[in-house]
Design a protein around this ligand. Structure first.
Ligand SMILES: Nc1ncnc2c1ncn2[C@@H]1O[C@H](COP(=O)(O)OP(=O)(O)OP(=O)(O)O)[C@@H](O)[C@H]1O
Ligand SMILES: [Mg+2]
Length: 274
């Protein structure tokens, strides 16, 4: 089977590393060979998937800028590439074609991307072949705006080799937040592949440096990641969403501002109480 690159993208803090680590764990528990690559100096996703296992330099590199690797939960391989790529100590191509990676022969490479400024989305370096992008978002306007930018990128020629894997709606505190993301998805024609509630079990897994599938295997949240893994394995490309224009996005945000204000205050826009 050819390797498939799963690119986890979205605004800073929306839950990309949480998604990347737990999706990797769910795929690995299904017996898949999974390589998780992190691009952030805090090792947010690899630290969780590797738990206490020490990350050591990939053979051929030394020092603090070396790409680091360790085996993690359910045999998944974890790789931290951020420092190496930033300093120029290694290229994405060198890392992805390294003999240790070739021997491991991953079926999925999960890329926990680092946040990039608005409108400048690019795939992680070194990807050769099929990739699938998952857009992670909360119900915040900034997070949805970043997803809208990603949708715009998905409609450029640069994304021709990249499929769309759907939206991961994360950190939702209740039905109102779910309604906001689901309305945005329907306005853009995007499919929601996973809905993950805001949950204290996520913080607990962080405290334990474990994936949710280890610290809370029977939780609702773990179930959501298992379902996402199953969906990715079974289904092909989702239809490509169309981004909203900046005017349409402002009107959409205004509409939700009004809906929430009316619900919170009981005062409808014309000043009448409800
Ligand atoms: N569903 C959730 N419920 C509760 N807390 C969550 C949830 N998802 C993520 N978090 C918490 O939010 C914080 C940010 O999550 P995470 O590190 O996954 O985001 P990120 O998008 O990778 O951030 P960055 O852009 O900085 O890399 C973490 O402390 C994480 O534990
Ligand atoms: Mg992160």
């Amino acid at each position: 089977m050819a390797v498939e690159h799963l690119v986890i993208a979205g605004k800073s803090g929306v839950g990309k590393s949480t998604t990347a680590a737990n999706l990797s764990a769910a795929l690995a528990e299904k017996g898949k060979r999974v390589l998780l690559i992190g691009y952030d100096s805090r090792w947010s996703s690899t630290g969780i998937l590797c738990g206490g296992n020490e990350l050591t330099p990939l053979p051929g590199w030394q020092g603090e800028d070396a790409p680091l690797q360790a085996l993690g939960h359910a045999g998944a391989l974890c790789l931290e590439a951020g420092a190496a790529l930033e300093s120029g100590a290694a290229t994405g191509g060198e890392i992805l074609t390294h003999p240790l990676i070739a021997d491991y022969d991953p079926e999925y490479v999960v890329h926990d991307t680092a946040w990039e400024p608005a409108g400048s989305f690019t795939l992680p370096p070194g990807i050769d072949g099929v990739s699938r992008l998952l857009a992670v978002t909360s119900a915040d306007k900034c997070a949805l705006q970043a997803v809208n930018d990603i949708f715009a990128w998905l409609n450029t020629v640069a994304s021709a080799e990249c499929r769309f894997g759907g939206v991961v709606a994360n950190n939702l505190s209740g039905p109102l937040y779910e309604a906001i993301v689901s309305d945005f998805a329907s306005q853009t024609g995007a499919v929601i592949s996973a809905t993950v509630p805001r949950s204290i079990t996520v913080s607990v897994s962080d405290f334990y440096s474990q994936t949710l599938l280890q610290s809370a295997p029977f939780s609702h949240v773990s179930y959501a990641y298992r379902k996402l893994a199953r969906d990715l394995e079974k289904s092909g490309e989702k239809r490509r969403p169309k981004p909203l224009s900046s005017d349409a996005l402002s009107n959409w945000a205004q509409k939700w501002g009004d809906i929430i204000t009316e619900l919170e205050t009981g005062v409808v826009k014309d000043g009448l109480g409800i």
